[in-house]
Design a protein. Sequence first.
Length: 590
Amino acid sequence: MMEEAVKVKPDDMQFDELMLKIRNGQIRIPDFQREFVWERSQIISLLDSVYQHFPIGSFLFWQTEDEIQAYRRIGEVDLRHDRGRSVQYVLDGQQRLTSLFASLEQRNVEYLVNGKKVRRDLDVFFDLDEERFVADPFASGRQSGPYKYTGLAQITEIDDYLEFLSGFLAAMSADNMGPESAIAWIADRLGSSVSRARHFFNRFQGMSFFTITEGTCAVTEAGALVAHDQAVEPIIRALIQTVDCFEEMLPKIVADMGTTENDIAALIEDARNEPIKPYKIRYRLRWLAGLGLGTYERPTFVLSDEGKSVIDGILRENEIRKRDLQEQEDDKRKRYFSVQQITDLADLMTAARELDQRRLASLQRVANRFRTYPFSVIHVFEQPIEIACEIFERINNSGQVLKVVDLMVAKSWSPTFNMRKRLATFREELKKEHYDDLPDITVLQCVSGVLQKAVQRKDILSIKKGKIEESWDSVLESIRQALDFLRSNLRITHGKILPYNAIVVPLSYFFHATATKQHTDAVRNGLVEWFWKVSVSNRYDSAAETKIGDDIGEMGKLAVGKVPRFNYVAPPLSADRIADQRLNLGSAFC
């Protein structure tokens, strides 16, 4: 009689239903899946394929009564993981589902940009004018402005800052100065130290009056205006862009034509709700006076008519620039729509009142296509994890073979048992004994050796879920005894000189089987003989899992007082054989 075929059911799901089931924990990504590794361009291409109604492949969901460990978050979104609910685990389609869900939620997720991992909000928008998905067009508007210095040093050695700056930039331009020559010019003119001159050099470079290319200082367009026209406006604009509080104090100065450093500090302090030291304002007022825009006798600054004209003009420019930027941002909001806005009826109704007919038609078109896209789903029912994983490996495009440890971490998980954490804790314990190189798979093979008397992949995967938690502590104790035997009887005091990690598996089985017995010298000698035969014969160089199973069988005989058969064939010890061996710590023979 033929075995019953795997139960599968093809289906279609709508976008809203798919996303809701992920949010509610009815569709989960098992912990054995690889991490999210898509490029941003792949995410945009996926969304565009949905919009174009191109096929994107089927999702494969495995429905099971077993609760396995699964990701509880996508990005920063906490997903429900209620027990007792009907749950399906994603066997194929994790990258696509994560892309769709993170795009919908606009949440922080780690993805690839130009091959490098970045962690950002996954903001992808639909361009109503171009009718295509694009990377976040609002990113530049959300970025913080240029760094602004909180301090502004006075040039105490001179009174006329404008003359000094124009002379410095004119000399730099005429003489093709390098940085050190320019710093020497400042030090000589001010009669200051080189370190103080370097400070001003760096500050003027930060104000974008010159750049350094191949060791030569090149005056910029703004610097040329200062150098040749003795224009003060580029300096004020640079101070606004690079110095904290500078722009905020200008409207009060213009309005009052005269004010004190304390009044300005109090005004800014109220606006920011943070303390502002008056001396910071003092240095800024000193710069305005040094640029010829007024007079400053502490604590009062009086703005000149010429200064009022200059600052008024710059403030008007800034207002126009800010208004233009705001208009551009407002137009962007009417042009670019997130996946969340596209798929939310309330957002669509709100947007409809503000859009022209062309953009409204484009928005309705993309919304309708997302709403009606038939996401192809294949459900796999009532199959054990080993069958589900075999299905996954056969259909996985990357040919990925799932790691046994990851599968068993997922399978064995319960509210009281997390194998990954238990393994990490045990590894910390082994570290103190210099055996922290013992891999997780070896520990899991020890568990399988005790429970299944075999360690092949299929044997490990067929272990019943509760059995791992039930036997965990006793198996770890048998591993401790195996390592203690290796240290005490064979002087293997470090994992790096253990010929094979697999040696621990039959040994741990033996000590588990004889947990309550005293070991005679004959038994210990038998274990030592087995160790040397395994090592010198290079026994575990090939077909190791089968041979480990055979050795567990012989260890079982030794445990009950029977004579085991450790008849391993070791090639004759000859000069040629010694010469052909890898003589390093990775060699069992060595």
